[in-house]
Design a protein around this ligand. Sequence first.
Ligand SMILES: [Zn+2]
Length: 277
Amino acid sequence: MKILISADMEGATGVTWPGDVLPGTPQWERCRGLFTSDVNAAAVGFFEGGADEVLVNEAHWSMRNLLLEDLDERVEMLTGRHKSLSMVEGVQHGDVDGIAFVGYHAGAGMEGVLAHTYLANQITGVWLNDVRASEGLLNAHVAAEYGVPVVLVTGDDLACEDALGYAPEALKVAVKDHVSRYAAVCRTPNRTAADIRAAAKEAAPLAVRQEPQNTGPYTVAVEFDAEHLAMAVTVVPGVTRIGERKVAYTADTMYEGIRTFKAVTTIASSAVEEQYG
Ligand SMILES: [Zn+2]
C-alpha cells in the first residue's frame, strides 16, 4: 500500500498568521518543525495501519519547508517546485492507493485560519462547476481522476468542515480551532501528533484504489480582488472574462483543469504591483 501525503503549511499545528508560513522569517523557521511533526505523525500512523510506502509531496509556497532530517526514515519526500500536478504531484502514476491532505485550510473568501486558494490575497473566490472551491476540493477532484481516494485531512476545524463536502469518508483531525483569519485556539504538537497518528492508522484501510472517475467537463471560475488581474489572465488560452473581476474556463479533465489554474495564478501573481495590488 502506497500513501501520498500532500503537505501544506497554513493548516499545520500552531500556525496562525502570515509570518508563520513565509519562508525566511524567524517564525517560519520555528513553524517548520511543527509542520514536520504533523506530517511525520501522519506517515507513522499510515505505516502502523499497513502502508509499505509513504511519499510526501511538499505543497506550500516554494515547496521547501519540511525538515527531511526529522522524518521517519521510511518516508520519501518530494521537495521543490515545478511539478506537473503541483500540490498533488505523484498521484498520477497508478501506484498510489490513498492520499492525505495534511496542513490544509479553507478556501479563498471562506472563513478559516489563513484561508486562501493558491494566492494569499488576490483571489477572492474560486468555483468548480458553481461550487465554492478550496484547494482541498480541487485536489480531491484531481486525485479522483486517477482513482485515488482522500483518506485523511488535517487543518483547522473549518478545513475539516470543508473536507466533509469533498471527502466525506476521510478521517479528519482539527489541530486548532478557528477564531479569525489570523487567530486560533491551538493544541500542542505532542497532542496533535498523537491525534494525527491515530487517525492515519485508522484511515489506512480506506486507501483502496478505485476506478478513475471523470465527472467533467469542469468549469472553473476565479474572482480576483482587482480588475486588472482578470484582464491579465485572459492571455491563457480558453480563459475568458465573465465579469469585472472574474474569469472562467472549461476543461474536459481535472488534469487540464488544475494545470490551467496554475497558469492563471502564476500570471495573476506576476501582474500584482507592490503598491496598488
Ligand atoms: Zn494552501
